[in-house]
Each structure stands twice: as C-alpha cells, then as structure tokens.
Design a binder for this molecule. Structure first.
Ligand code: PLP
Length: 358
C-alpha cells in the first residue's frame, strides 16, 4: 500500500474499509484510488429470543451500522473507487433509496457528480434526505424502480460519459461479498443457514459469491444454505415471472424485475436453499419483534429475512445468520405508523408520577 506521509500512523491502524481489509479478494491494483468511508465491520449480534424460538443459534448481521446506514456502502466503495480509477466524473443510479444515499456519499468523497433517479412517492424519507444532503442531483420520475433502471442503463450505454453504479455494475457485487467474509471471520464458523431479503437480488448473489470464495481459498470448509425472501406483492422470482406493479410496504425490495434474477436462482439451487416470500404483515411483525425483543431497529425490508426465519423450519442447534440490510431510521414514517404517539400531559411532577404509576 502506498504510504501517505500526511497521515498519522494511528489512522493506518483503524479499520480501513472493506476494499483494503479484503484487498486480496478485490479487483484493485496500486492504481486504484480507494474511496472509503470506513464501511464494513458491522455488528454480528447474538439474538437470544430468536434463538430460543427456533432452538438454534441465531445472529443478526446489522448492516444499519454502515456509514450511510445500509449494506449498499460495501459495494459502493469499490464501484466509486473503480470509477475514479477510470477517470469518471459523473456517476448515475436508479434507486429505491439506499443506493442513492450511498452513491451520493461516496461520490461526494471522490469529488464526483452524482445523479440519482428515484420512483416518485415510493422512497423512504430518511433516504431522500441523505441523497440531497450529500449533494446529489435527485430526479424523481413518474414511474417505478424498474423503469428508472431501464433509463439509467440506457444513459450508461448511449451517453458514454457516465458510470452506472447500480448492482448491474459488477464491482458492487465484489464489494458486497465482504459481508460473508466478515460473518465467517467473526463467528469462526460458517452458518448453516443464511437468511436474506431479496429485491434486485444483488446481495444474495454477493453473499453466495463471498461464501464460495472463502471456501475455495481454504479459509472455510462448508457452505450455508441461502434462504432468500421477497415480499408477497413483489415476488417475481417466487412466481417465475416479472411483476409489473410490485407493491409492498418494504420499499427497498419493491422490485418486479430483479437485475440479478439468474444469479439468485443459482445461489438458491447451488446451496440447496430456498427463495420464498413473506406478507407485509409478517414483515411488520418481525420488524416490531426485532426492535422490542432483540433491541435491533432495522428498516422494514431488512425484517423480511427474520420474517422468513420465523416461518421456516431450521435444523435444531444449527447456526443461523439473518442479514438486517438497513437502519430503522431510514424509514421513520413506517416506524411511526406502527406505534401510537403519546398525547402531551401536564408538566408537573404529579401528572408524570401518576402516568408512570410510581
Ligand atoms: C437494496 C436493499 C435490499 C435489497 O437488496 P438487493 O441486493 O436489491 O436484493 C434490501 N434491504 C435494503 C435495506 C436495501 O437497501
């Protein structure tokens, strides 16, 4: 690694982000300027309540701990680093929200212009706020995610001037596979089951790739079953056909024609796993359970993995990892819709102690 004289030694000792930490597995060279925000090394949290319910050892890989609050940062660090290496000035993406937040942040770090296309009315408030505050050019389109992605692909092909950083960008998958490395490094074991929400299906593709690479390198000696979950109203892989009007409260997986469809099916079949679906009501139940019982606040799409676990039989005593893809504060509207906001009471000791019953 080239030494930077301006930096104190201490800085080289902290976690350097997924590209540096897993450099030997990354398609980078000395000419790649690594653009990082210190993503990765997210908590792997033991979940006692879920473990008891499933008679298994259940862990939550909390990707809300990434710099912009979702796993998208793992892939974006590499996608933007490679765009910088190629001299790109502008990056563009279609997004259900988290990709745009992440692209906006990493592009700003690299001094690039970032343009994002988002489906009007179907993006969680926290994500829109992020893309805007990081300085991206945000375009809401009168269409859904799949239409936005079609336009972005065409921009990449026809304009010749912009780099597309959607998960069709192969570097996104390469960066995201580090999630699997971290799970094995932290557990010192390979999970028997890996539960994960499926939208565009880039993440299930990436995790499977990561598990296989550690296996091939002789670092691990088994592979997990990949257990993917779509939302009922947006379950093209389960149905076996494109869904023209996908609908679910979990906006991050509101996708009717996944870009990595074939690879998701491969991950399922090669691993002996499943891709199934969960209802919005089951997603919300898992979402509230995670916050109230395991003290982990994730966004609705993330809870699809745990909703899947709750209704799937796993072998007793097995090691289970559920990926929680994004932070709960991404989507404050859903959180508030799930609780009742308390009314104001008198600002007196008596009123408060009476309310508390103490
Ligand atoms: C992007 C995203 C997903 C879906 O991941 P895919 O790679 O598109 O399958 C799930 N949850 C959250 C929070 C996301 O941001």
């Amino acid at each position: 690694m080239p030494q930077d004289a301006k930096r104190p030694d201490r800085e080289r000792m902290v976690w350097r982000g997924v590209v540096e930490e897993y450099r030997s597995f990354m398609p980078v060279s000395d000419r790649t300027p690594v653009v990082t925000l210190g993503e990765g090394r997210t908590p792997l949290i033991y979940a006692p309540e879920l473990s008891r319910l499933k008679s298994a050892e259940v862990y939550l890989k909390y990707e809300g701990g990434n710099p912009t609050g979702s796993f998208k940062d793992r892939g974006m660090t590499l996608a933007i680093s490679k765009a910088a290496e190629e001299g790109s000035q502008t990056v563009v993406c279609a997004s259900t929200g988290n990709t745009s937040a992440s692209a906006a942040a990493y592009a700003a770090k690299a001094g690039m212009t970032c343009a994002v296309l988002i489906p009007q009315g179907y993006i969680a408030l926290g994500k829109l706020a992020q893309a805007l505050i990081y300085g991206a050019k945000v375009m809401q389109i009168k269409g859904n995610f799949d239409q936005a992605l079609d336009i972005v692909r065409e921009l990449g092909e026809r304009s010749g001037k912009v780099t597309v950083v959607n998960s069709i960008n192969p570097f996104r998958i390469e960066g995201q596979k580090t999630g699997a490395f971290e799970i094995i490094d932290t557990l010192g074991a390979v999970p028997d089951y890996h539960f994960i929400p499926v939208g565009n299906a880039g993440n299930i593709t990436a995790y499977w790739k990561g598990y296989k690479e550690y296996f091939k390198a002789g670092i691990s000696s088994s592979l997990p079953k990949m257990m993917g979950f779509q939302a009922d109203g947006a379950a093209p892989i389960v149905l076996g056909h494109i869904v023209d009007h996908p609908d679910t409260i979990a906006t991050a997986i509101r996708i009717g024609n996944p870009a990595s469809w074939d690879n998701a099916v491969k991950a399922r079949d090669e691993s002996g796993g499943i891709i199934s679906s969960v209802e919005d009501s089951e997603i919300l139940e898992a979402y509230r359970f995670l916050a109230a019982r395991e003290s982990v606040f994730c966004e609705p799409a993330s809870a699809a993995s745990v909703a899947g676990l709750l209704k799937t039989e796993v072998k007793s005593g097995s090691i289970v990892v559920c990926v929680l893809t994004g932070h709960g504060l991404k989507d404050p509207d859903v959180a508030i819709s799930q609780i009742s906001v308390p009314e104001a009471i008198e600002a007196t000791y008596d009123a408060i102690s009476e309310e508390l019953g103490v």
